[in-house]
Design a protein. Structure first.
Lengths: 178, 196
């Protein structure tokens, strides 16, 4: 009995020290972690819509994606849309810049867990360049208007699917907007 | 002299990866390029050193019956600290290592050294042991990373060496990890036979 209490107390002391230490480190690092996440997302927004100065998150009823309106010099210069289609393993989170004529202006993969060396090639400019300038009327089908990545048809199709959703949602958002 | 021996044994004779064959899970997973391998080695070295120091300091006041849960608390505390610090100051590396940072908790090198060495030895020896094991782990992990990156992606530490189209993609996929680690183990075994 005495032993049980002693062991319990010893473990308790270790837990308290550890929790205190972790709370301290957490408070120290959390502002930096949040700032990193924000800066990296804003950097990505700027990357997919070169020339835009500020972004505003907007709500779009019925959309499967997150839409951000981009402004430069007080005028709207396009939309940046975040979407997460299914890839080969998990979601491919991507950001697509759409210009006012509803054509793809730039894109960036934010996070993915595709097969290293095969599916991860969706991050390569060589693959992404094919999407630039394409619009709502394009098919976005591997082997037709998009060259899929060798050995990563499913990942390629995921990205195509994502771009299609982005363009559809953008069109819908534009139509609904007065 | 004794300290030197403790340091030395982690490098070749008891190299955690190539001789003891422990901690293989992160080794196989993050050795697909040299930078990830180096980042992982640094994270493991920090946790191993901190946990060895703490265990050696508290070994006299730790009852034998509950030493394992206490080791786990110590190790997971340092892993979580590493996780936060890496997220705050090196987000790129954190993104690349992903789930393998929290998984350092279950890396058997760290618990293994706490149990087999730090719990039974004074502080200086525990520190030296952690350093030796870290160097051994780093050598193993980075050599695997370099070999796989060169053969599989045609670059080393991110610098392109040759056209990646002629590289063997299989080397940066899981089979490449097993092939590389097998060949390295064979080489180390042969080296050891010659030396002794």
């Amino acid at each position: 009995m005495g032993k049980t209490i002693k062991f319990g107390l010893t473990l308790g002391v270790f837990c308290v020290i550890s929790a205190g230490l972790l709370a301290y480190v957490f408070l120290l690092t959390v502002p930096k972690i949040e700032a990193n996440a924000k800066a990296s997302f804003e950097g990505s927004l700027r990357e997919v819509l070169p020339g835009a100065e500020s972004f505003k998150s907007v709500t779009a009823p019925g959309a499967k994606s997150e839409i951000y309106e981009a402004y430069a010099g007080g005028k709207e210069v396009g939309l940046a849309v975040k979407v997460a289609p299914r890839g080969y393993s998990g979601e491919i989170v991507m950001l697509v810049g759409v210009d006012p004529e509803l054509r793809v202006k730039g894109m960036k993969i934010l996070s993915q867990r595709e097969t290293p060396g095969l599916g991860t090639n969706v991050e390569k400019p060589k693959f992404q360049r094919q999407f630039i300038g394409k619009g709502v009327k394009d098919a976005f089908e591997p082997k037709k208007d998009i060259d899929a990545i060798t050995g990563a048809t499913i990942s390629s199709r995921g990205v195509c699917e994502g771009v299609k959703i982005v363009l559809k949602d953008s069109e819908q958002y534009r139509k609904a907007k007065p | 002299m004794n300290l030197w021996k403790d340091f030395n044994q982690g490098i070749i004779r008891e190299n955690p990866v190539l001789r003891l064959m422990i901690g293989l899970c992160p080794v196989l997973a993050v050795s697909n390029n040299a930078i990830n391998a180096l980042g992982m080695s640094i994270a493991v070295a920090f946790v191993l050193l901190s946990s060895n120091i703490s265990v050696a300091l508290i070994r006299k006041v730790t009852p034998g019956e509950i030493r394992i849960p206490i080791f786990i608390i110590i190790i997971s505390t340092f892993v979580t600290i590493t996780d936060y610090v890496m997220q705050a100051y090196s987000p790129e590396l954190y993104k690349a290592l992903g789930v393998f940072v929290p998984l350092i908790v279950v890396n058997c090198i760290i618990l293994g050294r706490a149990e087999a060495f730090a719990y039974k030895n004074p502080l200086p020896n525990a520190i030296v042991d952690a350093l030796g094991m870290s160097v051994g782990f780093t050598i193993a992990l980075v050599s695997i990373g370099v070999v796989r990156e060169i053969l599989g992606a045609g670059s080393v530490f991110g610098f392109p060496l040759f056209d990646e189209r002629i590289a063997a993609t299989i080397m940066i996929l899981p089979p490449g990890a097993f092939i590389t680690i097998g060949v390295l183990m064979a080489l180390v075994n042969r080296m050891e036979k010659k030396v002794l």
